[in-house]
Design a protein around this ligand. Structure first.
Ligand code: FCB
Length: 457
């Protein structure tokens, strides 16, 4: 495969004019500097201290030391031609937001559009001690925080996202406990999901008040869910997982309601009990865009229930099957066609809603060649396949406006620690040296040509 399209004539798949080409990161995964400038503890600092919670005892220190090295990282993005940078604001830095002032200004100086996510999972630990997202008060605290941040950065930001993947925050954080705060309680997870949604709606109102002209929305991790066979039991397993993964967030946000089947499925876990009268109205604020994080699809079948805390309340009988595709280092199957399916079905279900892929990427075991390069052909093939899939969705009418690669820099991959590398740019966590991988140069070529060459046979 050629690393860069050679000439604009060779660009066979062109993306729409004005397509946003970006890279994404998250505060806790890259910033480091966890005790600097008044930053307080987050649930992830606390979680990382628990023996066995995170691989190798890794934590947000040193991260990629981005808090100190942001200017170098912005220069790097600029040299790659990256047009937009999706980063997240650390709520624990609320006392001193000047880092984000500096970051946003340096992005703007280089002509890179700043896209800010308000919550990428680093809840202040003090709020967790009052119940975290299981306590509805946290949604109101989130709105206050949103108001402060938007007041500060306001219209210097090109796109606002309220939450990143509330599914993970609720169901991995409070359901099976593999993410911070490490709670294993399905009822807590369901309450957290609802309060995250409420927080989203309340924060949207604050964004409208503080930055009325800036497009804003939410980022969800969405999965096509396919039944393994045509049996009724498998169809029901797929319906339940689709409800618990996708529709639980999509329909309150976009239609102002939880689907009836989901309300039934979650009745034993107290969903109705946490919904107050005006909540769905508050959640159902108009959004300007939906952020879609896509990594893979699910193939499911029904089986016998198994014991143990599950991230899928009431679905311990659902089996997640392999469909025979090659896998990334995360053991996730590479399924680019699922991205086409997802974007096309979203655009049909929710017409008129601009879509952005706010994350897509892959971890592979990168190794240096003798001449100090990382020839990450598998990552290039992954990204190439997914961009072709995204292009196919555009051809089928999906209103896809942009694509943010996950991720700019190797980083702390949550409970997996520093071992799983998703970066376009390699980071040596001892020296903090940055080395752009082949995929970074390849992506730079895609951006330059706003498209891809014809597929090679
Ligand atoms: C997503 C997260 C992101 C990163 C990727 C691999 O679920 O939003 O922070 O960990 O997965």
């Amino acid at each position: 495969m050629s690393v860069v399209p050679q000439a604009s004539e060779s660009v066979a798949l062109r993306f729409p004019t004005g397509f946003v080409w970006g890279a994404a990161t998250a505060s806790y995964q890259i910033e480091g500097a966890t005790t600097l400038d008044g930053r307080v503890d987050s649930i992830w600092d606390e979680f990382c201290r628990r023996p066995g919670a995170v691989a190798n005892g890794d934590s947000g220190e040193p991260g990629a030391d981005h808090y100190r090295r942001y200017a170098e990282d912005v220069d790097l993005m600029s040299s790659l031609g990256i047009g937009a940078y999706r980063f997240s604001i650390a709520w624990p830095r609320l006392k001193d937001l000047s880092f984000y002032d500096r970051l946003v200004d340096s992005l703007l100086e280089k002509g890179i559009a700043p896209w800010a996510t308000l919550y990428h999972w680093d809840l202040p630990q003090s709020l967790e001690e009052a119940g975290g997202w299981t306590n509805r008060v946290t949604a109101y605290r989130f709105a206050e925080y949103a108001s402060t941040v938007v007041g500060r950065l306001g219209d210097r930001v090109a796109g606002w996202l309220t939450l990143n993947e509330p599914w993970c925050a609720a169901f991995l954080g409070y359901g099976n406990g593999v993410h911070a705060p490490g709670v294993r309680d399905s009822r807590a997870a369901v309450a957290a999901a609802h309060h995250l949604l409420l927080g989203h709606g309340l924060a949207m109102s604050e964004i409208r008040a503080g930055a009325p002209d800036v497009p804003a929305g939410i980022t969800l991790n969405l999965f096509p869910v396919r039944p393994a066979t045509g049996s009724e039991a498998d169809a029901d397993a797929a319906r339940r997982i689709d409800g618990l993964q996708n529709r639980i967030f999509l329909n309150p946000v976009l239609r102002g309601e939880y689907d009836a089947d989901l309300l039934d499925d979650l009745a034993p876990y107290g969903l109705q009990e946490v919904i107050q009268d005006t909540d769905l109205k508050a959640i159902n604020q108009p959004i300007d865009l939906l952020g879609v994080n896509y990594y893979r699809a699910y193939l499911v079948s029904a089986g016998d229930p198994v014991d143990g805390p599950s991230e899928w309340p009431g679905s311990s009988d659902v089996r997640f099957l392999q469909s025979g595709h090659p896998k990334t280092e995360m053991d996730w199957e590479v399924q680019p066609e699922g991205l086409t399916e997802l974007l096309v079905s979203l655009s049909r279900e929710y017409p008129g809603l601009p879509l952005y892929v706010t994350e897509n990427g892959a971890a592979y075991p990168d190794t240096f060649t003798e001449d100090g390069e990382i020839r990450d052909a598998e990552r290039i093939a992954f990204l190439d396949g997914h961009l072709r899939a995204a292009h196919s969705a555009v051809e089928q009418g999906a209103d896809l406006r942009g694509y943010f690669c996950w991720t700019l820099l190797d980083n702390l991959e949550w409970a997996w620690g520093y071992e799983k590398r998703f970066g376009l740019v390699h980071v040596d966590f001892d020296t903090q040296k940055r080395t752009p991988k082949d995929s970074a140069r390849w992506y730079s070529g895609v951006i330059e040509h706003n498209g891809l060459p014809a597929a090679e046979d």
